[in-house]
Write a protein that binds this ligand. Structure first.
Ligand SMILES: [Zn+2]
Length: 163
C-alpha cells in the first residue's frame, strides 16, 4: 500500500491551524499527538496533507516515537519462542497465563458481495506484555482452539504522564 510521502514538502501555510481554531470546523488539532484530525461523529481520521497548499501536515507528528520498535533479533527470538505453539493448551503451557484475555479481542467485517451477505468474524485474543520489552505478544484463538501469533509495538507513555 502506498503511504504518505515523508519527503513531501511541509505545509507552510496557516490554513489547518486556522480551521482547527474554529469550533464549527471538523478539523481539530490533537496536541498530544501533534496531529490534525478530521472529526465526524465520534470518529476521527488523521490528516496527512493540507487541503489548501497540499503540503505535508503537521510539521512533526509524534506518532512514530510513541511506539516501540522491536529489533530484528527480538522478532526472531519471539518467533522461535512461539513457532511450535499450535493450540491454546500449548500456548498456556509454554507461555503461562496471559496478562489479558479478550473474549472478543478482534473482529472484522467482510462486506456483502454477489450473493454473500455481510459477515462479521470475532476472535478471542490473549495478550502477553511481559514476554518482551518492546513487543506485546498477541495470540489469536480460533474456535477450534488453534492459535496464531503476532507481535505488536508497545505504546510509549508520554513523558508528562510519568511521575
Ligand atoms: Zn497548508
Amino acid at each position: 500500500m502506498r503511504k504518505p510521502d515523508p519527503e513531501a514538502p511541509l505545509c507552510d501555510c496557516d490554513h489547518l491551524w486556522q480551521c482547527s481554531k474554529d469550533p464549527e470546523n471538523p478539523i481539530i488539532f490533537d496536541a498530544e499527538m501533534n496531529e490534525f484530525h478530521l472529526k465526524y461523529g465520534s470518529h476521527s481520521i488523521m490528516i496527512y496533507y493540507c487541503h489548501f497548499c497540499g503540503g505535508r501536515a503537521p510539521a512533526d507528528s509524534k506518532r512514530a516515537s510513541r511506539f516501540t520498535e522491536p529489533t530484528v533479533t527480538e522478532r526472531i527470538r519471539l518467533m522461535e519462542l512461539t513457532q511450535n505453539i499450535k493450540t491454546l493448551d500449548q500456548a498456556l503451557e509454554i507461555l503461562g497465563p496471559p496478562d489479558h484475555d479478550f473474549p472478543v479481542g478482534e473482529s472484522w467485517t467482510e462486506p456483502a458481495k454477489d450473493d454473500q451477505p455481510e459477515t462479521t468474524v470475532f476472535y478471542r485474543n490473549l495478550s502477553y506484555h511481559h514476554l518482551s520489552d518492546t513487543a506485546e505478544v498477541r495470540v489469536r484463538v480460533y474456535p477450534t482452539d488453534r492459535v496464531q501469533f503476532r507481535f505488536v509495538s508497545k505504546y510509549v507513555r508520554p513523558e508528562k504522564n510519568k511521575s
